[in-house]
Design a protein around this ligand. Structure first.
Ligand code: M6R
Length: 602
């Protein structure tokens, strides 16, 4: 989380920093700040909340002449979202911005406090600037002082430091959190991802973990643990594909409506008349692979969980799914005959990225399914399949989930095809359903209007249970996650058959049950589970192609020929329901409280 930008050069710096931060606001919007040094002139501005507050605060400020500058948009980890905790953090004569977590900051802070340093913030970041000044005061040499500072840090960081002691230099370091350097002649940019520098820089270097250095007079000097290092820049695309709301009220709404056509892109060249093809995969990709482990977080974890049913059913291969943050510390048994798949919209999720690195260290074959090309996860994987969903701006993921689910469905069928575990008849049936998927994702305006009307009945109560069976259980988890993220109401996803083992104790008229009742999958079983809840007075919102007389509210779906078509159609219903409840509650749909689009801390 958190977004970092930096610029060194003659141009007006405030606008460069603010424009860059605007592109990174999805990474956190608790506060933002900038710091500029031009000769002897130091300027620093911070504001809590969204970037527009910082814009307002810096309205009358303009930088002039050559200078160095850094900026930051924050997702709070240590300390509340206050102005004092906002970056850049100031020492006596230096500023620092940081993304990540300094795990040993308490020890460092205590040592510095013993030396008489006063801390103004509650952040881990502030230790960096004081540590640097401590070393620089002793050495009177900023780069060795920075180098010594970096050596002391444990944890994940991408950091930029500027100091009056070297007013023509930006110091940088990266370990575990993303950062890149953009070049345009003598001018140099820094950013957490490439969008802030597209159109400004023409070449880029993606920093690797453990790299640090400084930039001065247009030249970057780079080090890693082995010493000074040469590096090769690569060309940076000139086209910024920026997302607009196109008349929709929210990005999330637009992204729900977009799902139908992005799905066509996801399938293009991959779903052929009578087979599945991935140009990313060599013919022998699955040779010597006997099991699959998938690792992901949040929504991406839910698409993984749904696919585990498909890999076993179609590919006849064992498939385990792990939450990345749990996987990392369970001392997993990793074998080279297991394919390790990571799923991520952003490609920057710290837990997923670290799990991937573990798998690589263990010598496993790695494949990522990701929406962002050139992201850390894509670059780290042996092979990447892009989901082609286009930019997803809403913090609550929608079209990324849809396209991930499609890629995973295609991949499980591909596996069945190469391992010859699916008959021609099944292959044909699956492909036929895939081709119909974009249709199942078209948002019916009448359905949307009905959900808008219904939403007013679901603003109170003591919680929601989304229930489903088989692949509809992960969909229930996803429906509940969507609702809680943007409505701040308590919601849980549960396997329908598991309710009687405990959660049914909560049932009363104030317990809302959203029942996913597909016609093509265990309909009678789930019907019994819902009847049990209804008998205990739970309020039932049933989603099904089949009318259900015990439903308090009923959403009729159209598709009843293939489970995945029902899956996608029901997915849209749960997304719209969450959206409309959130709108009625007056919440910020696209930037819900406490969240960030890209989670780059553990
Ligand atoms: O970028 P990723 O897919 O790796 O992100 C994983 C989760 O942080 C993400 O899915 C999160 O749960 C979303 N806010 C869900 O809407």
């Amino acid at each position: 989380m958190c977004g970092i930008v930096g610029y060194i050069g003659p141009k007006e710096k405030k606008e460069i920093l603010l424009d860059g931060l605007q592109e990174l606001e999805y990474r956190g919007y608790d506060s933002a700040g900038i710091a500029v040094i031009e000769g002897k002139k130091l300027s620093n501005f911070k504001a809590i909340g969204k970037l527009k507050n910082l814009r307002e605060k810096t309205k009358s400020y303009k930088s002039e002449g050559f200078g160095i500058s850094i900026g930051h948009t924050r997702w709070a980890t240590h300390g509340k979202p206050t102005e004092l905790n906002a970056h850049p953090h100031l020492g006596a004569y230096s500023y620092v911005v940081h993304n990540g977590i300094i795990e040993n900051y308490q020890n460092l802070k205590e040592e510095l406090q013993k030396d008489g340093v006063t801390f103004l913030s509650q952040t881990d970041t502030e230790t960096i600037v004081h540590l640097f000044e401590k070393f620089n005061n002793a050495m009177n040499d900023p780069f060795p002082a920075f180098q010594k500072t970096i050596e002391k840090l444990e944890g994940a960081y991408a950091t930029l430091l500027i100091t009056e002691a070297a007013p023509d230099t930006i110091f940088f370091a990266k370990n575990g959190s993303p950062m890149l350097i953009g070049f345009d002649g003598e001018e140099v940019y820094f950013a957490s991802s490439d969008t802030p520098i597209i159109g400004k820089a023409n070449e880029v270097y993606y920093l690797e973990d453990g790299e640090y250095g400084f930039v001065k007079e247009g030249k970057v000097t780079l080090f890693n643990e082995e010493g000074e290092k040469n590096f090769t820049k690569q060309a940076l695309t000139a086209d910024k594909i920026s997302a607009q709301k196109d008349g929709y009220r929210f990005f999330m709404e637009k992204e729900i409506y977009e799902q139908s056509h992005v799905m066509t892109d996801t399938m293009m060249g991959r779903v052929l008349d009578d087979s599945i093809h991935f140009e990313e995969l060599d013919k022998d990709f699955f040779d010597d692979i006997y099991a699959i482990t998938i690792c992901a977080c949040g929504t991406s974890y839910h698409s993984a969980l749904a696919s585990s049913y498909l890999f076993q059913r179609l590919g006849k291969m064992r498939c385990d799914v792990e939450i990345a943050s749990e996987f990392r510390y369970k001392e997993p048994f990793l074998t080279r005959k297991t394919l390790f798949i990571t799923i991520s919209q952003s490609g920057e999720t710290a837990d997923t990225l670290e799990a991937l690195k573990m798998a690589k260290t263990a010598g496993m074959k790695t494949l990522s399914i990701c929406n962002v090309d050139n992201s850390s996860i894509v670059r780290e994987s042996d092979v990447a399949i892009l989901t082609r969903a286009g930019i997803e701006k809403g913090v609550a993921s929608t079209k990324a989930f849809a396209t991930q689910s499609m890629v995973l469905w295609m991949l499980s069928l591909y596996l069945g095809q190469v391992r010859e575990t699916v008959s021609e008849e099944i292959l044909k049936r699956e492909i036929d359903a895939m081709i119909h998927t974009p249709k199942a994702l078209i948002v019916d305006e009448k359905l949307h209007a009905k959900l808008t009307r219904l939403s007013k009945r679901y603003l109170h109560g003591h919680g929601f249970f989304f229930i489903g069976r088989d692949i509809f259980f992960p969909l229930a988890l996803e429906g509940a996650l969507k609702l809680k993220e943007i409505s701040y109401l308590h919601a849980e996803g549960y396997p329908a058959g598991e309710m009687k083992h405990g959660p049914i104790a909560l049932a009363d008229s104030e317990l809302f049950t959203v029942a996913l009742m597909p016609k093509t999958m265990h309909y009678d079983k789930i019907k019994s589970n819902v009847e049990e809840l209804s008998a205990r007075d739970a309020t039932i919102l049933a989603i099904s192609p089949e009318p259900f007389e015990l439903a308090d509210d009923f959403i009729k779906t159209q598709y009843d020929s293939h489970p995945m078509l029902e899956f996608f159609e029901m997915m849209v219903v749960t997304q719209l329901l969450a959206l409309e409840i959130s709108v009625r509650l007056g919440n910020d749909v696209d930037m819900p409280r406490n969240l960030a689009k890209s989670v780059t801390v553990e």
